[in-house]
Design a protein around this ligand. Structure first.
Ligand SMILES: [Zn+2]
Length: 289
């Protein structure tokens, strides 16, 4: 190997900073490079060059919230597939996989496609979002469409503030939505509630909470207790909705979560709705709190 500037053959390896232009943006990377000992001119060999291109591409991907080459490789290996199998699975050419796993940047729709087929949480959230788009606002949803996002932030708020187990959280969800309906004729989350043996519960509450776990916004401490991994965003709620959340919290702080648990079993909506049926928000008129 010979220096292109001074013909010297004496090199050392250094981690060097390079500024690179990619799709009209400047990406800074630090990578190992040969440096001429006499004139300090850097010289990349083939292997360093490919590390360089991949690192620049990954820098761009990170900036734009796209999967990095390493993340794509990780998805593939987790599925136990080689590049040929993975290409077939994603319905793309094998060359695309080879490039995505190095320096060729997938576009946003390709990125979405890879995640949908490889990331359980992403696919599940997508499924719930479609479902909520299909849900029609009616009296069983508190006159609004179900919003996974709002349900998530109610859950985060309740968990963070009360540390209650799922048994109690279910009742708190019920009271937040029904109290808000009582005041405004609209629920907060669009969730439906069913009467189960142990009181009113959000419909499909187990899979909703499982989804929050896979989305990594909450974590299971044991079978019934959760811990928040992100903070609730109360700016998502309007003034009435926020007031409903805070009113329920105040009752929990004053009288304990047990109080609301027992009260929920005496609610007309619970008593007069058959087991496993949806509770009409019309019963919010007669709330006991
Ligand atoms: Zn030189």
């Amino acid at each position: 190997m010979k220096c292109l500037k001074c013909d010297s053959t004496d090199f050392e390896t250094k981690n060097l900073r390079f500024s690179s232009e990619l799709k009209g943006e400047t990406i800074d990377v630090i990578i190992p490079s040969y440096v001429c000992k006499s004139c300090q001119n850097p010289l990349l060999d083939t292997q360093q060059m490919s590390v360089y291109r991949r690192t620049v591409a990954d820098g761009y991907r990170k900036k734009h919230n796209l999967l990095t080459s390493h993340e794509i490789i990780e998805y593939r290996t987790k599925l136990g597939m080689n590049q040929t199998e993975f290409a077939r699975y994603l319905n793309v050419g094998e060359a695309s996989i080879k490039r995505w796993e190095t320096y060729f940047i997938q576009d946003a729709s390709q990125d979405d496609h890879i995640r949908l087929k490889c990331d359980e949480a992403y696919a599940e959230t997508n499924f719930l979002n479609i479902q909520s788009q299909h849900s029609e606002p009616d009296i069983f949803r508190g006159n609004r469409k179900f919003s996974l996002e709002l349900f998530q932030h109610v859950a985060l708020f309740l968990i963070e503030q009360t540390n209650a187990s799922i048994l109690f959280l279910n009742k708190l969800h019920f009271y937040v939505d029904f109290l808000n309906f009582h005041k405004t004729k609209r629920g907060v989350t669009g969730a439906r509630y069913v009467t189960l043996k142990y009181g009113p519960c959000p419909d499909e509450y187990k899979s909703l909470y499982e989804t929050l776990v896979t989305m990594r916004v909450i974590e299971k401490i044991d079978a019934y207790i959760f811990k928040t991994l992100v903070s609730p965003d109360l700016s998502l709620f309007d003034d009435d909705e926020r007031e409903s959340l805070l009113s329920i919290l105040e009752i929990v702080k004053k009288k304990g979560v047990q109080h609301l648990y027992h009260l929920s079993h005496q609610e007309k909506g619970f008593v007069e709705t058959n087991e496993c049926d949806f509770i009409s928000y019309a019963f919010a008129e007669d709330l006991k709190i």
